[in-house]
Design a protein around this ligand. Structure first.
Ligand code: PA5
Length: 443
């Protein structure tokens, strides 16, 4: 499971304790949303881990596409429509894709509209022998995101040209979108496979909906364990016993240090395969608490800037800044207890035994643990605030637990910072301007 550790001195801090106690009322609201079992409230994403009808629908469609021939699942989507899927895929498989090039199927992510990536995809398409080797999911909550639809059209046309006709590829296309979107309607008219999103669930809270579950299920990820981890964490994270509610605790740590000028939350992952998990969290925090207006309508320009660092790699790039520069950060260290293991040879078997002799015979995991502990000690000695999240191991169950923990954390943090954790009015601004430029109506 997932364990949270933070500065025990906060237990005697009145400001911290009163903020933590204030989360209890909202926990009650979250429990009501879960008990309702319906998708009405803004917080409805917490219904997803135990929505059995959703699981059945996703599993049935994944089964429909199951084949030893499958090589690639192309996920076309951006922001909340792909970051969660990529986080889990990279943690379990994607980080090793270069080293395990023969392992299939793989997920390919078409995010921004990159002409270079699309050309490379065109070359990859030439290697396909039959449409059964590929699935294309077009994922967009609104159904109207320019990048996603441009990628979709180009990718489908590329595949249609390769296989000789559009009709050959359309049965391999799945649309995942809101049931009231134009994409839903037009995909239906074309006879495409479709999976609906649950309407009030926003993109950045949708990883446990069909958005994440379907692509992951088709490549062999254990989505049942993913949901189980999320469901078990959810129980803790809606508890009004704040001593077991990890989400309320970590949200309060963030809000507490934010009130003391920590305007950056650095998420420092010591397992490199978790980098995309950090990028998923970056959207979650950035869009949820980065707000112009407060819940009461005042202009506040609130926010904590989320950053992602990798240990120990980034200690050799920005470690100097973090340890010696401005004290404007609260750091969340993330690491796992269990690893596969390899060891540095004993001194007698080493090629360069006189260089850094203390590593001789040491396991790689012991070296990393020493770096992890050493980094946290250096932070503590420099009086830099931090908390630590330990994952038991990196698997579907623990990733599901982490995702749910962080989504609940963001709900509490919005309450503590007095902002709406569920909207993103300013993201729309660039979309409107982009469409204006493309239609030639910009001034
Ligand atoms: O959180 C959000 O709503 C956004 O980041 C969206 O996920 C992103 O803009 C993609 O939108 P859509 O899923 O509608 O294509």
């Amino acid at each position: 499971m997932v364990v949270l550790d933070y500065d025990k001195a906060l237990q005697n801090d009145e400001n911290f304790q009163s903020m933590l106690a204030s989360t209890v009322q909202y926990s009650g609201h979250l429990r009501n949303v879960i008990e309702s079992g319906v998708y009405i409230a803004a917080e409805s994403s917490i219904v997803l881990p135990t929505d059995e009808a959703l699981l059945e629908k996703v599993q049935a469609l994944a089964e429909h596409y199951k084949s030893p021939a499958l090589r690639y699942h192309v996920v076309i989507g951006i922001g909340g429509s792909n970051l969660g899927t990529k986080a889990i895929y990279d943690a379990l498989y994607g980080y090793a894709d270069v080293l395990e090039s023969a392992r299939m199927p793989k997920i390919l992510f078409a995010e921004t509209t990159s002409p270079d990536w699309l050309q490379m995809f065109g070359r990859l398409a030439q290697t396909l022998e039959s449409p059964e080797q590929i699935i294309v999911s077009v994922i967009s909550k609104s159904g109207g995101t320019s990048e996603t639809l441009a990628n979709f059209e180009i990718i489908v046309q590329t595949l249609a040209a390769h296989f000789g006709e559009t009709a050959a590829i359309l049965p391999r296309v799945v649309a995942i979108t809101d049931e009231d979107s134009a994409l839903w309607e037009q995909a239906g008219a074309l006879g495409l496979q479709r999976l609906p999103l649950q309407l009030p669930v926003g993109g950045r809270y949708s990883v446990l909906s069909a958005v994440g579950l379907f692509p992951l299920a088709t490549i062999g990820c254990d989505i049942v364990a993913l949901r189980r981890g999320a469901a078990e964490m959810r129980t803790l994270c809606v508890s009004d016993d704040t001593s077991e509610n990890l989400a309320a605790q970590s949200a309060t740590v963030l809000a507490h240090y934010h009130s003391k000028a920590a305007v950056i939350n650095d998420n420092f992952f010591f397992n490199p395969q978790l980098e995309s998990l950090g990028k998923w969290y970056r959207q979650l925090m950035g869009e949820s608490v980065g707000k112009q207006d407060s819940l009461s309508g005042e202009t506040v320009h609130a926010g904590i800037t989320p950053t992602v660092s990798l240990g120990s790699t980034d200690l050799h790039s920005v470690g100097q800044l973090y340890l010696g520069g401005p004290k404007d950060k609260i750091t969340t260290f993330v690491y796992t207890q269990k690893h596969g293991d390899v060891a540095v040879p004993a001194a007698s078997d080493r090629v360069l035994p006189e260089l850094v002799p203390i590593i001789s015979g040491k396991k790689a995991s012991d070296i990393m643990q020493a770096i992890f502990d050493g980094t946290r000690l250096a932070y503590a000695n420099a009086a830099l605030p931090s908390m630590t999240v330990m994952l038991d191991t990196i698997d579907e169950y623990n990733l599901g637990a982490y995702l749910q923990f962080k989504m609940n954390e963001m709900m509490y943090l919005g309450q503590l910072m007095n902002v709406n954790s569920f909207d993103q009015p300013n993201v729309e601004l660039y979309k409107i301007e982009t469409k204006r430029i493309l239609t030639g109506t910009n001034s």
